[in-house]
Design a binder for this molecule. Structure first.
Ligand code: ASP
Ligand code: MG
Length: 417
C-alpha cells in the first residue's frame, strides 16, 4: 500500500488535475490511497469568506468567486451534464446554509473551511472515474477522529487506527482511494480540522495505520533543498535525509513538510518521499532511516516574526519566578517560542505573528513587566553551518539577536533597519 498527497498547488487548475491523474494512472495496479488538499488557494478564500461573514461584510461575492473558480475548472474537465456539477452544488448549498448558522468562530471555521477539501476530492474522484480508474471517494471524517478542539483537532490515534485498519485495506484492494487532507470529526460527528497545512499530517496518519510502504508528497519543488531556491539559485537537493534532520528542519520553519508529519512515519520506519509533480520521474528526496556523515549547511527562513521583550519593573534581575510566569501565560494562550534569550533585567522571545494571542499575552503580563515588541522580523537558521556562512551573515547590520550552538547558527534580523 502506498499513500500519496497532493497539495493545493498540484491541483490548482484543470491542467494540474490532468497532470495529477497521469501520475496516479502509473500506479493503477497498486494499492493506493491519495490525500488531497483544497484546490489552489481555496482554503485562504474560505477563511476570507468566513471573516467577511463574521465582520458583517459582504461574504456572498467572494463565495460566488470561489464557486466560479471550481465551476470553471469543472467546465474544462467534464461534459456539461456530468453529475459532478450536482455534487459540487450540494457542497456549496451546504456551505451557504452553514454560514447562516450561529456557531462560535472556531466551530464555524471547521464546518465551512473543510469544504475546500470536500470540493477538491469530489471533483478529482469524478475525474479519475472518467479516466476509467476505479475510484472510491472516502470521507476522511469517518476515519480521522479528533477531540472537539476546533481548528486544531487532537487526533485520537487509537480509534482512528482501528477505523482505518478495519476498512481501508479492503477498499484499496479493488479501488484507488481519494480522500481529504486536513479534516476529521469528533466522536459526535462534528467536522474538525487539524491545523493549517495539515494534509501532510493526514497522509502520515493513514500511512501509519495502514503500515504503508511509503508516503509520497508531490510538490512544486524537486524535493527538499538546503535553501529556498527562489532566494538561493544554487540550492542543493538532498537525495536523502534522516527523519530527525527533516523533523528539525520543519521545526526551524522549513515549509516543505508539515511539522507533525515526520513522527508517526519515523515511529513505523515508513519512508517519506518528496517529489516534483512537474518531473515525476526524478527521484526527489527520501526521508528515512539513514546516517549521513557531513550534511551541507541548510538555511531556513521564518518571516513575519515578532520579538517580545519583558523587562522586570523594579531593579531586580530576571529570575525563575518571572520566567515561570511568562511560560505559564505562553502556554495559556498557546504561543510557541521560536527562539529566546535572556539578560540580567530582560527576557526576550520570538514568536510567529499571531496578533490575537500576542495581545492576550501582553495583557496578562503587563502588570508584571515593561513589555516591548518589534514586528516584521526574519529568523534565519543555518543548520550544520560553516565558518564562511557565519561570516557572511555576521556582517549584516540589522541583527537584533544572534545565537550559535554546536550545530546551528541563528539570527533575528529586521529587514527595515
Ligand atoms: N487546505 C489546507 C490548508 O491550505 C490544508 C493543506 O493544504 O494542507 O491549510
Ligand atoms: Mg493547502
Amino acid at each position: 500500500m502506498k499513500v500519496f498527497k497532493f497539495g493545493g498547488a498540484s491541483i490548482k487548475s484543470a491542467e494540474a488535475i490532468k497532470n495529477m491523474s497521469r501520475i496516479i494512472s502509473k500506479y493503477a495496479d497498486e494499492k493506493l490511497l491519495v490525500v488531497v488538499s483544497a484546490m489552489g488557494k481555496s482554503t485562504n478564500a474560505l477563511e476570507n469568506i468566513l471573516n467577511c461573514k463574521f465582520k458583517n461584510k459582504d461574504h456572498l461575492t467572494p463565495l460566488s468567486e470561489l464557486k466560479n473558480y471550481h465551476v470553471e475548472i469543472m467546465n474544462q474537465l467534464f461534459e456539461e451534464e456530468h453529475n459532478v456539477f450536482g455534487l459540487v452544488n450540494t457542497i456549496f448549498d451546504y456551505l451557504e446554509e452553514t454560514l447562516a448558522k450561529s456557531y462560535a468562530y472556531d466551530k464555524m471555521y471547521d464546518q465551512t473551511v473543510s469544504c475546500g477539501e470536500l470540493l477538491s476530492s469530489t471533483i478529482i474522484a469524478e475525474f479519475l472515474k472518467e479516466k476509467h480508474i476505479r475510484t472510491h471517494w472516502l470521507d476522511a471524517r469517518d476515519y480521522i477522529k479528533t477531540n472537539a478542539n476546533f481548528r486544531e483537532g487532537l487526533v485520537d490515534w487509537h480509534v482512528t487506527e482501528e477505523l482505518i485498519k478495519h476498512d481501508v485495506h479492503d477498499i484499496a484492494a479493488s479501488k484507488l482511494i481519494i480522500t481529504q487532507g486536513f479534516i476529521g470529526s469528533t466522536s459526535k460527528g462534528e467536522t474538525t480540522t487539524l491545523g493549517r497545512e495539515g494534509s501532510d499530517f493526514t497522509a502520515a496518519i493513514f500511512a501509519s495505520a495502514l503500515e504503508a510502504e511509503h508516503v509520497c508528497v508531490w510538490k512544486d519543488v524537486p524535493g527538499i533543498l538546503n535553501a529556498d531556491p527562489k532566494l538561493v539559485p544554487d540550492a542543493i537537493l538532498f537525495a536523502e535525509l534522516p527523519y530527525h534532520e527533516a523533523a528539525e528542519m520543519t521545526y526551524y520553519g522549513a515549509s516543505v513538510i508539515h511539522p507533525k508529519t515526520i513522527k508517526p512515519l519515523a515511529n513505523k520506519h515508513i519512508p517519506l518521499l518528496v517529489k516534483s509533480f512537474d518531473k515525476p520521474d526524478q527521484p526527489g528526496t527520501i526521508i528515512h532511516d539513514c546516517t549521513i556523515d557531513a550534511l551541507p549547511p541548510c538555511t531556513i527562513i521564518k518571516n513575519d516574526q515578532v520579538l517580545i521583550s519583558f523587562k522586570v519593573l523594579d531593579f531586580t534581575f530576571v529570575n525563575e519566578e518571572n520566567l515561570s510566569l511568562i511560560f505559564h501565560e505562553l502556554s495559556q494562550v498557546d504561543l510557541k517560542i521560536n527562539i529566546m534569550q535572556n539578560s540580567a533585567i530582560s527576557f526576550s522571545i520570538v514568536v510567529d505573528n499571531q496578533p490575537v494571542k500576542i495581545d492576550r499575552l501582553i495583557e496578562a503580563l503587563k502588570p508584571h513587566f515593561e513589555i516591548r515588541y518589534n514586528t516584521g522580523l526574519q529568523l534565519v537558521t543555518v543548520k550544520n553551518y560553516t565558518k564562511e556562512k557565519i561570516d557572511s551573515y555576521g556582517k549584516m547590520s540589522n541583527i537584533l539577536l544572534e545565537q550559535i550552538s554546536r550545530n546551528n547558527y541563528r539570527i533575528l534580523t529586521s529587514p527595515s533597519l
